[in-house]
Design a protein around this ligand. Structure first.
Ligand SMILES: [Zn+2]
Length: 340
Protein backbone atom coordinates (compact mmCIF):
# COMPACT_ATOMS: atom_id res chain seq x y z
CA UNK A 1 0.00 0.00 0.00
CA UNK A 2 1.25 3.48 -0.83
CA UNK A 3 1.97 5.92 1.97
CA UNK A 4 -0.98 8.17 1.03
CA UNK A 5 -3.37 5.20 1.11
CA UNK A 6 -2.02 4.12 4.49
CA UNK A 7 -2.60 7.63 5.83
CA UNK A 8 -6.15 7.63 4.45
CA UNK A 9 -6.92 4.29 6.09
CA UNK A 10 -5.43 5.52 9.36
CA UNK A 11 -7.37 8.77 9.14
CA UNK A 12 -10.66 7.00 8.55
CA UNK A 13 -9.92 4.63 11.44
CA UNK A 14 -9.26 7.61 13.70
CA UNK A 15 -12.41 9.40 12.50
CA UNK A 16 -14.63 6.39 13.10
CA UNK A 17 -13.04 5.89 16.50
CA UNK A 18 -13.74 9.51 17.40
CA UNK A 19 -17.35 9.22 16.34
CA UNK A 20 -17.67 6.02 18.35
CA UNK A 21 -16.48 8.03 21.34
CA UNK A 22 -19.30 10.48 20.98
CA UNK A 23 -21.04 11.85 17.91
CA UNK A 24 -21.52 15.29 19.41
CA UNK A 25 -24.08 17.15 17.33
CA UNK A 26 -24.87 14.02 15.34
CA UNK A 27 -26.65 12.35 18.27
CA UNK A 28 -30.44 12.10 18.46
CA UNK A 29 -30.34 14.86 21.05
CA UNK A 30 -28.10 17.29 19.13
CA UNK A 31 -25.23 16.58 21.53
CA UNK A 32 -27.30 17.11 24.68
CA UNK A 33 -26.42 14.50 27.29
CA UNK A 34 -27.14 13.79 30.93
CA UNK A 35 -24.95 12.61 33.80
CA UNK A 36 -27.13 11.86 36.83
CA UNK A 37 -25.23 10.87 39.98
CA UNK A 38 -26.96 9.54 43.10
CA UNK A 39 -25.33 9.64 46.52
CA UNK A 40 -27.45 7.57 48.89
CA UNK A 41 -28.31 9.02 52.31
CA UNK A 42 -26.24 12.19 52.07
CA UNK A 43 -27.64 14.74 54.52
CA UNK A 44 -27.72 18.29 53.15
CA UNK A 45 -26.09 20.12 56.09
CA UNK A 46 -23.35 17.47 56.21
CA UNK A 47 -22.55 17.93 52.53
CA UNK A 48 -22.48 21.69 53.03
CA UNK A 49 -20.14 21.25 56.02
CA UNK A 50 -17.91 18.95 53.94
CA UNK A 51 -17.73 21.57 51.18
CA UNK A 52 -16.96 24.37 53.64
CA UNK A 53 -14.20 22.32 55.30
CA UNK A 54 -12.49 21.42 52.03
CA UNK A 55 -13.63 17.78 52.15
CA UNK A 56 -15.71 17.91 48.98
CA UNK A 57 -13.61 20.03 46.63
CA UNK A 58 -14.94 18.41 43.45
CA UNK A 59 -18.58 19.16 44.16
CA UNK A 60 -17.71 22.60 45.50
CA UNK A 61 -15.68 23.42 42.39
CA UNK A 62 -18.44 22.28 40.06
CA UNK A 63 -21.18 24.13 41.96
CA UNK A 64 -19.17 27.36 42.12
CA UNK A 65 -18.20 27.31 38.45
CA UNK A 66 -20.00 29.50 35.94
CA UNK A 67 -22.68 26.99 34.97
CA UNK A 68 -22.80 25.32 38.39
CA UNK A 69 -25.45 25.36 41.07
CA UNK A 70 -25.92 24.12 44.63
CA UNK A 71 -29.26 24.31 46.37
CA UNK A 72 -30.62 22.95 49.62
CA UNK A 73 -34.16 23.98 48.68
CA UNK A 74 -34.80 20.43 47.60
CA UNK A 75 -36.94 17.89 49.41
CA UNK A 76 -37.72 14.21 49.76
CA UNK A 77 -40.70 12.46 51.37
CA UNK A 78 -43.58 13.86 49.33
CA UNK A 79 -45.95 16.54 50.61
CA UNK A 80 -46.68 16.40 54.33
CA UNK A 81 -50.35 15.73 55.04
CA UNK A 82 -51.07 14.78 51.43
CA UNK A 83 -51.47 11.47 49.62
CA UNK A 84 -48.00 11.94 48.15
CA UNK A 85 -46.39 11.74 51.62
CA UNK A 86 -43.84 8.92 51.65
CA UNK A 87 -41.14 7.67 54.06
CA UNK A 88 -37.64 9.07 53.65
CA UNK A 89 -36.09 5.72 52.74
CA UNK A 90 -34.33 4.51 49.61
CA UNK A 91 -37.09 2.44 48.00
CA UNK A 92 -39.60 5.26 47.60
CA UNK A 93 -36.82 7.86 47.26
CA UNK A 94 -35.00 6.34 44.29
CA UNK A 95 -38.33 5.33 42.78
CA UNK A 96 -39.33 9.02 42.86
CA UNK A 97 -35.98 10.22 41.55
CA UNK A 98 -36.01 7.76 38.64
CA UNK A 99 -39.70 7.96 37.69
CA UNK A 100 -40.53 11.57 38.55
CA UNK A 101 -43.59 10.72 40.65
CA UNK A 102 -44.32 10.11 44.35
CA UNK A 103 -45.39 6.87 46.02
CA UNK A 104 -49.11 7.55 45.47
CA UNK A 105 -48.26 6.87 41.83
CA UNK A 106 -45.19 4.59 41.70
CA UNK A 107 -46.57 2.55 44.61
CA UNK A 108 -43.32 1.98 46.54
CA UNK A 109 -43.51 2.82 50.25
CA UNK A 110 -40.64 0.71 51.60
CA UNK A 111 -37.48 -1.15 50.61
CA UNK A 112 -39.32 -4.36 49.75
CA UNK A 113 -40.86 -2.67 46.70
CA UNK A 114 -44.14 -4.53 47.15
CA UNK A 115 -46.85 -2.78 45.15
CA UNK A 116 -44.45 -1.04 42.75
CA UNK A 117 -46.24 0.14 39.59
CA UNK A 118 -43.28 0.64 37.27
CA UNK A 119 -45.13 -0.71 34.25
CA UNK A 120 -47.35 2.37 34.46
CA UNK A 121 -44.91 4.86 36.04
CA UNK A 122 -41.72 3.72 34.37
CA UNK A 123 -38.03 4.50 34.86
CA UNK A 124 -37.27 7.67 32.87
CA UNK A 125 -34.75 5.85 30.65
CA UNK A 126 -37.50 3.54 29.37
CA UNK A 127 -39.47 6.62 28.35
CA UNK A 128 -36.42 8.06 26.61
CA UNK A 129 -36.00 4.80 24.65
CA UNK A 130 -39.67 4.85 23.67
CA UNK A 131 -39.18 8.24 22.08
CA UNK A 132 -35.62 7.70 20.82
CA UNK A 133 -34.92 3.98 20.40
CA UNK A 134 -31.30 4.66 19.41
CA UNK A 135 -30.52 6.57 22.61
CA UNK A 136 -27.73 5.07 24.71
CA UNK A 137 -28.82 4.71 28.34
CA UNK A 138 -26.49 3.37 31.03
CA UNK A 139 -26.99 2.70 34.74
CA UNK A 140 -24.43 1.79 37.39
CA UNK A 141 -25.37 0.97 40.98
CA UNK A 142 -24.27 -0.95 44.05
CA UNK A 143 -27.71 -1.07 45.61
CA UNK A 144 -29.22 -3.89 43.51
CA UNK A 145 -32.92 -2.89 43.93
CA UNK A 146 -32.21 0.10 41.67
CA UNK A 147 -31.90 -2.39 38.82
CA UNK A 148 -33.81 -5.44 40.11
CA UNK A 149 -36.98 -3.55 40.97
CA UNK A 150 -37.02 -0.08 39.42
CA UNK A 151 -35.27 -0.78 36.09
CA UNK A 152 -36.36 -4.40 35.56
CA UNK A 153 -39.85 -3.60 36.83
CA UNK A 154 -40.09 -0.91 34.13
CA UNK A 155 -39.12 -3.28 31.32
CA UNK A 156 -41.60 -4.13 28.60
CA UNK A 157 -41.31 -7.91 28.29
CA UNK A 158 -37.73 -9.13 27.82
CA UNK A 159 -36.51 -6.00 26.08
CA UNK A 160 -34.07 -4.09 28.26
CA UNK A 161 -33.99 -0.35 27.76
CA UNK A 162 -30.59 -0.10 29.45
CA UNK A 163 -27.62 -0.44 27.11
CA UNK A 164 -25.37 -0.86 30.15
CA UNK A 165 -26.65 -2.18 33.47
CA UNK A 166 -23.78 -2.58 35.91
CA UNK A 167 -24.73 -3.95 39.34
CA UNK A 168 -22.56 -4.66 42.36
CA UNK A 169 -23.84 -6.14 45.61
CA UNK A 170 -22.21 -5.18 48.91
CA UNK A 171 -21.97 -8.01 51.42
CA UNK A 172 -24.79 -7.57 53.96
CA UNK A 173 -23.37 -10.40 56.08
CA UNK A 174 -20.18 -8.37 56.44
CA UNK A 175 -22.13 -5.26 57.48
CA UNK A 176 -21.50 -3.61 54.14
CA UNK A 177 -17.82 -3.05 54.96
CA UNK A 178 -17.11 -3.61 51.27
CA UNK A 179 -19.48 -0.86 50.11
CA UNK A 180 -16.57 1.60 49.54
CA UNK A 181 -14.93 -1.05 47.29
CA UNK A 182 -18.18 -1.57 45.40
CA UNK A 183 -18.41 2.19 44.87
CA UNK A 184 -14.96 2.07 43.24
CA UNK A 185 -16.13 -0.71 40.92
CA UNK A 186 -19.22 1.33 40.04
CA UNK A 187 -17.04 4.40 39.41
CA UNK A 188 -14.62 2.47 37.19
CA UNK A 189 -17.38 0.95 35.08
CA UNK A 190 -18.99 4.38 34.68
CA UNK A 191 -15.61 5.91 33.78
CA UNK A 192 -15.14 3.29 31.09
CA UNK A 193 -18.50 4.08 29.49
CA UNK A 194 -17.90 7.83 29.77
CA UNK A 195 -14.46 7.63 28.15
CA UNK A 196 -14.93 4.96 25.51
CA UNK A 197 -18.68 4.70 25.05
CA UNK A 198 -21.35 6.88 23.58
CA UNK A 199 -23.78 7.53 26.43
CA UNK A 200 -26.68 9.93 25.98
CA UNK A 201 -27.88 9.40 29.54
CA UNK A 202 -26.05 7.91 32.50
CA UNK A 203 -27.11 7.19 36.06
CA UNK A 204 -24.36 6.44 38.58
CA UNK A 205 -25.21 5.45 42.16
CA UNK A 206 -22.86 5.39 45.17
CA UNK A 207 -23.95 3.66 48.40
CA UNK A 208 -21.23 4.12 51.03
CA UNK A 209 -22.39 7.45 52.52
CA UNK A 210 -25.68 5.86 53.62
CA UNK A 211 -24.02 2.72 55.01
CA UNK A 212 -21.56 4.83 56.99
CA UNK A 213 -24.42 6.99 58.34
CA UNK A 214 -26.21 3.86 59.52
CA UNK A 215 -23.11 2.93 61.52
CA UNK A 216 -23.02 -0.31 59.55
CA UNK A 217 -19.34 -0.04 58.68
CA UNK A 218 -18.19 1.69 61.90
CA UNK A 219 -20.57 2.10 64.85
CA UNK A 220 -19.04 5.49 65.80
CA UNK A 221 -20.44 7.10 62.65
CA UNK A 222 -23.84 8.76 62.22
CA UNK A 223 -25.87 10.90 59.80
CA UNK A 224 -24.49 14.21 61.05
CA UNK A 225 -22.25 17.10 60.03
CA UNK A 226 -20.43 16.40 63.33
CA UNK A 227 -19.49 12.85 62.36
CA UNK A 228 -16.01 12.88 60.83
CA UNK A 229 -16.49 9.32 59.55
CA UNK A 230 -19.65 10.40 57.74
CA UNK A 231 -17.90 13.45 56.26
CA UNK A 232 -15.03 11.18 55.18
CA UNK A 233 -17.46 8.96 53.29
CA UNK A 234 -18.82 12.07 51.55
CA UNK A 235 -15.24 13.00 50.74
CA UNK A 236 -14.56 9.58 49.14
CA UNK A 237 -17.63 9.88 46.95
CA UNK A 238 -16.68 13.46 46.11
CA UNK A 239 -13.40 12.18 44.66
CA UNK A 240 -15.30 9.61 42.56
CA UNK A 241 -17.53 12.41 41.28
CA UNK A 242 -14.41 14.41 40.40
CA UNK A 243 -13.10 11.53 38.29
CA UNK A 244 -16.42 11.23 36.47
CA UNK A 245 -16.48 14.97 35.74
CA UNK A 246 -12.89 14.84 34.44
CA UNK A 247 -13.70 11.90 32.18
CA UNK A 248 -16.74 13.76 30.87
CA UNK A 249 -14.68 16.85 30.07
CA UNK A 250 -11.97 14.72 28.44
CA UNK A 251 -14.36 13.25 25.87
CA UNK A 252 -13.01 13.86 22.36
CA UNK A 253 -16.03 15.91 21.28
CA UNK A 254 -16.83 17.47 24.63
CA UNK A 255 -16.86 20.97 23.12
CA UNK A 256 -19.71 19.94 20.80
CA UNK A 257 -21.63 18.26 23.60
CA UNK A 258 -24.03 19.88 26.04
CA UNK A 259 -24.00 17.95 29.31
CA UNK A 260 -26.50 18.42 32.08
CA UNK A 261 -25.00 17.14 35.34
CA UNK A 262 -27.42 16.44 38.20
CA UNK A 263 -26.17 15.14 41.54
CA UNK A 264 -28.48 14.51 44.47
CA UNK A 265 -29.50 12.15 47.25
CA UNK A 266 -32.63 10.20 48.13
CA UNK A 267 -32.97 11.36 51.78
CA UNK A 268 -31.02 12.69 54.76
CA UNK A 269 -30.89 11.06 58.19
CA UNK A 270 -30.52 11.61 61.92
CA UNK A 271 -28.63 9.51 64.44
CA UNK A 272 -28.19 6.19 62.68
CA UNK A 273 -31.42 6.06 60.77
CA UNK A 274 -33.98 7.82 58.60
CA UNK A 275 -37.48 7.31 57.28
CA UNK A 276 -39.31 10.04 59.20
CA UNK A 277 -40.47 13.57 58.53
CA UNK A 278 -37.78 15.61 60.29
CA UNK A 279 -36.02 18.42 58.46
CA UNK A 280 -32.75 16.42 58.70
CA UNK A 281 -34.39 13.58 56.77
CA UNK A 282 -36.58 15.51 54.32
CA UNK A 283 -34.24 18.34 53.41
CA UNK A 284 -31.96 17.24 50.58
CA UNK A 285 -29.82 19.04 48.00
CA UNK A 286 -29.12 19.33 44.33
CA UNK A 287 -25.69 19.98 42.86
CA UNK A 288 -25.93 20.67 39.15
CA UNK A 289 -24.03 21.94 36.16
CA UNK A 290 -25.47 22.92 32.80
CA UNK A 291 -26.11 25.76 30.40
CA UNK A 292 -29.91 25.61 30.53
CA UNK A 293 -30.63 25.06 34.24
CA UNK A 294 -33.60 26.99 35.71
CA UNK A 295 -31.04 28.49 38.10
CA UNK A 296 -33.09 31.17 39.85
CA UNK A 297 -36.10 28.93 40.40
CA UNK A 298 -33.98 26.13 41.88
CA UNK A 299 -32.18 28.55 44.20
CA UNK A 300 -35.34 30.22 45.47
CA UNK A 301 -38.28 27.81 45.38
CA UNK A 302 -38.60 24.57 47.36
CA UNK A 303 -38.34 21.84 44.71
CA UNK A 304 -39.47 18.22 45.10
CA UNK A 305 -37.12 15.37 44.15
CA UNK A 306 -39.74 14.39 41.54
CA UNK A 307 -38.70 17.47 39.53
CA UNK A 308 -35.46 15.91 38.26
CA UNK A 309 -36.98 13.66 35.60
CA UNK A 310 -38.88 16.56 33.95
CA UNK A 311 -35.62 18.55 33.96
CA UNK A 312 -33.90 15.68 32.16
CA UNK A 313 -36.68 15.45 29.56
CA UNK A 314 -36.55 19.18 29.02
CA UNK A 315 -32.80 19.15 28.52
CA UNK A 316 -33.07 16.35 25.95
CA UNK A 317 -35.98 18.00 24.16
CA UNK A 318 -38.42 15.21 25.10
CA UNK A 319 -42.06 16.11 25.55
CA UNK A 320 -43.52 14.25 28.53
CA UNK A 321 -46.74 12.42 27.58
CA UNK A 322 -49.88 12.39 29.79
CA UNK A 323 -50.00 8.57 29.68
CA UNK A 324 -46.57 8.43 31.39
CA UNK A 325 -48.03 9.87 34.60
CA UNK A 326 -51.73 8.95 34.87
CA UNK A 327 -53.61 9.99 38.01
CA UNK A 328 -52.84 7.74 41.01
CA UNK A 329 -55.14 4.71 41.32
CA UNK A 330 -55.93 4.87 45.05
CA UNK A 331 -54.60 6.85 47.99
CA UNK A 332 -52.17 4.64 49.85
CA UNK A 333 -50.90 5.04 53.40
CA UNK A 334 -47.11 4.79 53.55
CA UNK A 335 -45.61 2.02 55.62
CA UNK A 336 -42.21 3.08 57.02
CA UNK A 337 -39.31 0.67 57.14
CA UNK A 338 -35.80 1.22 58.51
CA UNK A 339 -32.40 0.78 56.79
CA UNK A 340 -30.96 2.22 53.57
ZN1 LIG B 1 -31.21 5.70 50.84
Amino acid sequence: MKAAAVILVLLSAITSRLSAHGPGKESDFAGRRVLFIGVDGCRADALQAAMERGLAPQLKGMCESEMGLFTRKFYAGGELGATTHQPTVSGPGWSSLLTGVWADQHGVTNNRFIGGRFQTYAHFMRRIKEVKPRAFCASFADWPPIHDFIADGSRLGDADFLDVKFTRTPDAARHFVDNPEKDIEVRDAALDTLSSGNPDVMFVYFGQVDEVGHGAIDSRASFSPDSSLYLNAISHVDSHIGELLRAMRARPQFKDENWLVLITTDHGGRGNSHGGDSEEERNIWLAAHGADLPREKLQQQPTPQTALVPMIYQHLGIQSRPEWTPAPPVAKKPEPTPSK
